[in-house]
Structures are given as C-alpha cells and as structure tokens.
Design a protein around this ligand. Structure first.
Ligand SMILES: [Cu+2]
Length: 511
C-alpha cells in the first residue's frame, strides 16, 4: 500500500476511558468460539416502487450468550438488538412502531434525517406497552450506516443495555456505483460493539452496573455474540462498525497492524478513503472500513482488537483474488457557506458523574434551549470543559441534522472527519466547531452520547423554526412519564428508579 497510513487514534491519550477510576477492562469470556451473529434483514410488510411498509416491534426475549441459563433481553423484531433495517433513499417509508415490552419506550432513528420531536423518536414520543404508533417519512439523505435505539428519558441507558438497539442502513445510487463490498452478511458486515456484565444465572442487572459516567461490563458482546469468529471468503470485507455501548470507547486495530481503509463515517461516505491502522470510536459513532486480506492465506486468522482485548477472529478461507482499487475520490460532501448575520451557537459540556450539564443546566424536556432557522447554515462551538488531567471525552450528538466538522481548537479536524457526522468526540479542554443545518422544522435534542450522561441531564433541545410558518409543540413532561413507569412497574411513583434520576437528585434538581 503506497497511501499514507495513519497510525494514531488522534484523541488525547490522557482522557481515554482506561484512565477512569471505574474503568472495567475487557476480559476473555469462558465461551467456545461462536460464529458472529449476523442480524437478519427486516422484511417489509409491503413494498411498492415508491413506498415501503414495516412493523418494528420492541419485544422481550431470551438470548443464549453464555453456556447455561439464557439471558432475559429486549430487542427489535429479535430477542436482542434488532433485525437490520434497510431504507432506500427517495422512498416513502411507513412504520408501525409496536411496543411489546412491559414499559414505555421510544424509537429513535439516530442519524436519520426526519422531523422532530415525534418521528425522530426522542423523549417526546413514548409508545406505551401494548400500543402501536405509526410514523411516515421520506428518506432524504445519502447512503449511510445509522441505528435505531430506545430514547425514553431518563431510562435510555437501561433500555439500550437490555438490547433495544439495531442497525439501520440507507442505500442510494451513488454508493451502489462505488467499488465497495456490499453482499450483506458475506462481505458487508454489521458490527455492533457492546460490553456487558453477566450476573447470577447469566442475567443482566443494569442497576447493579449503573455508573453515572456510563455502565460498563468486562465482556465484549459483538452483534450479541461473545467470542465471535467470522469466516472470510472474499479478499475484501467491509465492516459497518457501530459503537453501541453505553460508555465504552473502542480503540480498534488488527493483527500485524494491518491497515484498512475507512470509507464512511456517521452520516455517510467520506470524500476520499482514509487509510489507518488505528481507529477510535466513541459511543454512538459509526465507521465503515474495508479490510483487504490479500496478504493472508487459507488457515490464517486476523484478529480485531480493542486495546489488547480480542473482539472478532477473522478466519481466512480460500477466496478469489481481486485487484479492485478504491478511487482516490469517493463522493462530494456539500459545504455550504454559513448564512450571513447568524451567531455562533454554544454547546458546553461540563462535569462528570452526577454533575454533568449542558450549557450550565440539566435537561428539561419542557424547555427549548436554543433556536435556529430551518435552512440556515450556522456555526456551533461544542466545548468540553473537563480538565485534561482526570477529565474524559464526551461524544456530542445532535438529532435532526448531519453536520460537518470545521475545526478542533482552530486546527484542522482529524483526517477521517471530513464527511457528514452526527456524533463527535470532544477532548477535554477542546472546542470543536461544526457547521449545522436543519432541513426540517421541529424540536431536536442535542447531548452527550455517553448514555448515562444524557439521562443524567447533559442534554438540551433546539427548535428549528420557519419564520413564515410558526409552530407550537406539545412537549412531553416528566410527571406523565414517571407516572407511566410507576404504573407499568406496579410501584409507587416515589419508588421508581430510573438511571438519570440520581444525577438530578444529587444536584438538588427536579427532573
Ligand atoms: Cu458525556
């Protein structure tokens, strides 16, 4: 390979999660190697040339993670995680959102360009147990790897921990013409990176593992598989990586420091492939990489690691040699000028543990924190005020937009940040400048994606408005949600425990 190969994780080592006092290293699980689970593709209920109809059901299930007892889990059309949903750009999509888990949930389309606050599926759009909501939208964005996850405040962390997360792919004609592997499950592989702790009788116990800086577990669980291997039968394999963990950072590298090409980030394909042998992912980020196994032969194994923990063993089988090269240029990323006369928005993430805040406040679902005119392109400065010594990275996510990264503390972004993104890791002491455009009116949340931080209030919301068509929104309130959780759990409302509550309580604040 003659291209420049970056061998850096780019982020400040002093702030890596390995330095947290509460850091839980990954440990090998006592499980025989198992084939990597490939979530099936969700079949539409009905499909025409222009419209596709789906039912997405949040359901309870049981999963055989470990020998012995099965683990009680939740998932979307699956016992754990979800069936993979594929949207085609330009199509009208109609989805029944069915809640068959025993408490209220929401269906958040992370990275999908849909209107908020209802279709987007944040905290304002609960679906109660036994009920079905319906959403309609038109897919209007480039090919990308997105995801669906539960987002009921302040219980997002617990529901994702139980399994309510799945992969969503957008396909389009531009991606279809590029020389990428795209045979799902054969050379185009979803890779959902998570960690869990298994307690007595192999069960999850979220409350026992709760940490206001993010739940962790010592066992890597990849697509719901522990100690997975994947049988490589093609020279090139594309991995669609998703950090689906509540908190864990993944510092990915391969056997022999084998370089790979990153071809896409959160919001779609990068302008050009970026060659790396190190890749760091923070919570909710996605990266698509292509690994070329041409230097390996049948019988070899190439391992994907995070730090020193093996995640997936790629078992090399015989494959047809190919010499398709990635072009130097992949796609054009629109880079519109900032709308004249607009101000720079601020999103300041401060604190750790229960003290996390955004712009000096904890989240209030009844409060609109900022406004931006729909269609405008405006700068956002996203700051992490943690100290480098003892501070942590906060992955900042915005609903309702795919942004571009302008600078990090005034310097050029990392080489793999020149595509459209919806989640960006911010170093302690750093300000990342973004260009943000909302294409649809609505109310959208923005927050740290360490899920316990968002539940704990490191979150705010913005109204994207059209001055010619003012709208009012009926926003959800915490009392309604708490009363619903109490009823569903057959508890008194004052006894209900949800992950974010401790953070408000400790700060003497009302949720
Ligand atoms: Cu955070």
């Amino acid at each position: 390979m003659t291209q420049k190969v970056y061998d850096s994780y780019f982020f400040n080592e002093a702030a890596f999660n390995t330095h947290d006092e509460a850091y839980i290293p990954l440990e090998p699980a006592n499980v025989a190697p198992q084939p990597l689970n490939i979530p099936p593709l969700l079949q539409p209920d009905k499909s025409t040339d222009t419209d596709t109809y789906y039912t997405v059901e949040a359901q309870e299930g049981e999963t055989q993670f470990l020998p012995g007892a099965k683990t009680k889990t939740w998932g979307y059309n699956a016992p754990y995680l979800g069936q993979t949903i594929v949207f085609e750009n330009g199509k009208n999509v109609h989805i029944d959102l069915k809640n068959s888990v025993p408490e209220l949930t929401t269906f958040h389309w992370h990275g999908l360009n849909v209107s908020g606050p209802i279709i987007d599926g944040g905290c304002h759009a609960p679906v109660y147990p036994g009920e079905t909501s319906h959403i309609d939208f038109k897919v209007d964005q480039p090919a990308a790897t997105l995801w669906l996850h539960a987002h009921p405040c302040p219980a997002t962390a617990e529901q994702v921990w139980k399994g309510l997360a799945g992969m969503v792919l957008v396909k389009d004609d531009v991606e279809a013409k590029l020389p990428f592997p795209r045979n799902y499950g054969v050379d185009d592989i979803p890779v959902i990176l998570q960690d869990r702790k298994f307690h007595e009788n192999n069960q999850l116990d979220y409350r026992a593992d709760y940490d206001p800086d993010g739940a962790q577990g010592p066992t890597a669980v990849i697509n719901g598989t522990i100690n997975p291997y994947f049988d490589v039968t093609t020279q090139r394999v594309r991995l669609r990586l998703l950090d689906g963990a509540n908190r864990r950072e993944w510092r990915l590298h391969l056997t022999d420091d084998l370089p790979f090409a990153q071809i896409a980030t959160d919001g779609g394909i990068l302008p050009k492939p970026v060659y790396l042998n190190r890749l760091m992912m923070t919570a909710a980020e996605r990266a698509e990489i292509i690994i070329d196994f041409s230097d390996y032969k049948e019988g070899d194994t190439v391992t994907l690691y995070s730090d020193d923990a093996p995640l997936i063993n790629f078992r090399i089988h015989s494959f047809e040699p190919e010499d398709r090269k990635l072009p130097d240029h992949l796609v054009d990323i629109p880079n519109p000028d900032v709308t004249p006369g607009t101000h720079v928005h601020q999103a300041v993430m401060s604190g750790m543990d229960e003290e996390v805040e955004l712009n000096g406040k904890k989240f209030d679902m009844q409060r609109i924190d900022d406004k931006q005119q729909v269609g405008n392109v405006e700068y956002w400065d996203v700051t992490n005020t943690n100290e480098m010594d003892g501070g942590m990275l906060h992955p900042y996510h915005m609903h309702g937009t795919l942004f571009t990264v302008v600078s990090r503390n005034g310097h050029e972004p990392n080489p793999n940040e020149f595509g459209l993104k919806d989640t960006i890791a911010v170093n302690p002491g750093e300000t990342v400048r973004l260009k943000v455009q909302f294409q649809m009116t609505g109310v959208y949340m923005y927050h740290c994606h360490i899920i316990e931080h968002e539940d704990g209030g490191m979150m705010a919301q913005i109204e994207a408005y059209d001055p010619n068509h003012p709208q009012t929104y009926k926003l959800m309130d915490m009392d309604t949600l708490m009363n619903a959780f109490a009823k569903e759990r057959h508890e008194n409302v004052q006894d209900v425990w949800l992950p974010g509550m401790d953070s408000y309580k400790k700060m003497g604040m009302k949720m």
